[in-house]
Design a protein around this ligand. Structure first.
Ligand code: GLC
Ligand code: CA
Length: 529
């Protein structure tokens, strides 16, 4: 337990480059913009940045359709800007984790252009071409096969037609893709977030998926043959061998169709360091936000990710409604604060999504403002993912200090009262709560590596748990309701010598056998005996 790695003890902050800071006033965030705000991130106390794609892209899926894996899109900067960002981050002790999309490329990628050019092109087999389609569906909707009139075959795409899947069964593809990984490792990056890694392999015979009940066509089949094929594990073994040649590197996989059990199977010494299990946030699903439900999820995850297996905690990312929008029905941040407290006090690597630290809310967009392809397709049933990708709210100026020209997505109107500059100055702000929680996590090993025990006082109103490492116990108690709450403690816990860590008052309350929590109260204590 003592040889914990940076990615176990640390906190990873996801930057969506397009929306962080526009340094050259073209309305699009860029790499120099991120470099310019590294001091802010260092001040927050994070350990690493996960950078969403900044590679050349025709923007069919806003960066997740890559047309060149080893370049920087001119709108985001240059390779030199990248090197500068990496170096400046390292100077501040911040590591850089890149987003790698290895399952598919853009249809504008040179490989695909060649592949589609003729049946006899040497790269024809780098993608999946068939005379006939089977019943497989693409995740954003529609058949996963698109007909190419010029060569009279269908090609396969798990996502949009502009995102053809590469053929991982072809050894040249494998070599080329691992070459991409090596390219960035050689440049000095600290790791990768692997986009939908577990769909890389498909059934060799393209068998039809069995059907089942579901809402969308994609959900009306069991994904037996288009994901999670056994060939994935040997590929992860190879990938890990490559990564291990570069000390202290890390890979976290984005599990496609995630379950906690499935994600855990991809983690281990010979596979990924971590895989998202999305226990509290999954695309297209709104989970209940209740202490008893959360506790069940946490305990389930604790059972599955045990021993060597290290979990990840995610409340928000660029694919889901922000936690603050999912759970806070009013303008107040009560629920967003609870979400942040859970994120930063559970066992597992916390991932903070940019703006989460100030409780940024999703944009409310009109139909003609939607850019995200699934949003265009399914409006108004599903409005797409643009809402959670709004420009970072740095200050209360017209464009939130993000740019001086109209940004690619509108600035949230609430930036006038919700922004970093104002929250810096307010000791009670969500930003300062986040900073404090990060600082506590760094200071107390029990929060980083301690075991998790639910307290007996849990209820439909209160979530309370202990984190324990050696002699150190941290008690976290949260009241989800707008009424006062009281939790009774087991005798073994009342005997301890508790000191308050947050909010920093009421030490006497604890000396008896119970703890009182005000409406939406968050209470954190430490005992070292
Ligand atoms: C992942 C990304 C998502 C993207 C998809 C296809 O789920 O997080 O944004 O659309 O992969 O690359
Ligand atoms: Ca720019």
């Amino acid at each position: 337990m003592n040889d914990h790695r940076w990615w176990q003890d640390g906190i990873i902050y996801q930057v969506y480059p397009r929306s962080f800071l526009d340094s050259n006033q073209d309305g699009i965030g860029d790499l120099p913009g991120i470099t310019a705000r590294l001091d802010y991130l260092a001040g927050l106390g994070i350990d690493a940045i996960w950078l969403s794609p900044f590679y050349p892209t025709p923007d069919a899926d806003f960066g997740y359709d890559i047309s060149d894996h080893t370049q920087v899109d001119a709108r985001f900067g240059t390779l030199q800007d990248f090197d500068e960002l990496l170096q400046q981050a390292h100077t501040r002790g911040i590591r850089l984790v890149l987003d790698l999309v290895l399952n598919h490329t853009s249809d504008q990628h040179a490989w695909f252009k060649e592949s589609r050019s003729s049946l006899r092109n040497p790269k024809r087999d780098w993608y999946m071409w068939r005379d006939e389609k089977n019943n497989w569906q693409s995740e954003p909707g529609g058949s996963a096969w698109t007909y190419d009139a010029a060569t009279r075959q269908y090609y396969y795409h798990s996502y949009l037609p502009e995102q053809p899947d590469v053929n991982w069964r072809n050894p040249e593809v494998r070599e080329a893709q691992l070459g991409v990984v090596k390219f960035w490792l050689e440049r000095g990056v600290d790791g990768f977030r692997l986009d939908v890694f577990n769909v890389c392999f498909k059934d060799a015979e393209f068998k039809n998926n069995p059907t089942k009940f579901g809402l969308r066509k994609f959900d009306q089949q069991e994904h037996l043959y288009d994901a999670d094929q056994p060939e994935m594990i040997p590929l992860l073994n190879d990938l890990r061998t490559l990564l291990d040649k570069y000390p202290n590197t890390y890979a976290v996989g984005e599990t496609f169709l995630p379950t906690t059990e499935k994600s855990a199977k991809f983690v281990g010494m010979d596979r990924l360091h971590a895989a998202f299990s999305f226990d509290f946030s999954v695309k297209n699903l709104i989970y209940p936000w209740k202490p008893d439900w959360l506790l069940k999820r946490i305990l389930h995850r604790e059972r599955i990710f045990e021993g060597e297996l290290w979990p990840t905690t995610v409340m928000s990312n660029h694919d889901v409604r922000r936690a603050a929008s999912r759970y806070s029905h009013a303008e107040d941040d009560a629920q967003a604060r609870l979400a942040m407290t859970i994120l930063l006090t559970l066992r597992g690597t916390p991932f903070i999504y940019y703006g989460e630290e100030i409780g940024m809310r999703d944009l409310k967009l009109k139909r003609d403002q939607i850019m995200d392809p699934p949003g265009k397709r399914y409006w108004p049933l599903f409005k797409g993912r643009d809402g959670c990708r709004g420009p970072m709210q740095w200050d209360d100026s017209t464009l939130a200090g993000y740019s001086s020209v109209q940004p690619w997505l509108p600035v949230h109107p609430d930036h006038i009262t919700r922004n970093i500059s104002m929250q810096e100055k307010d000791p009670e702000s969500m930003l300062n709560l986040t900073r404090k929680l990060i600082a506590l996590r760094r200071q107390y090993p029990a929060l980083q590596k301690g075991s998790f025990t639910a307290l007996a006082g849990n209820s439909r109103q209160v979530l309370a748990y202990l984190r324990t490492f050696e002699k150190q116990n941290i008690l976290v108690a949260m009241n989800f309701s707008g009424r006062k709450a009281r939790i009774t403690l087991e005798a073994e816990h009342t005997r301890r010598n508790w000191r308050t860590l947050h909010p920093g008052t009421n030490i006497e309350t604890f000396m008896t056998d119970h703890l009182e929590l005000p409406a939406h109260g968050i209470s954190i204590w430490v005992a070292e005996d």
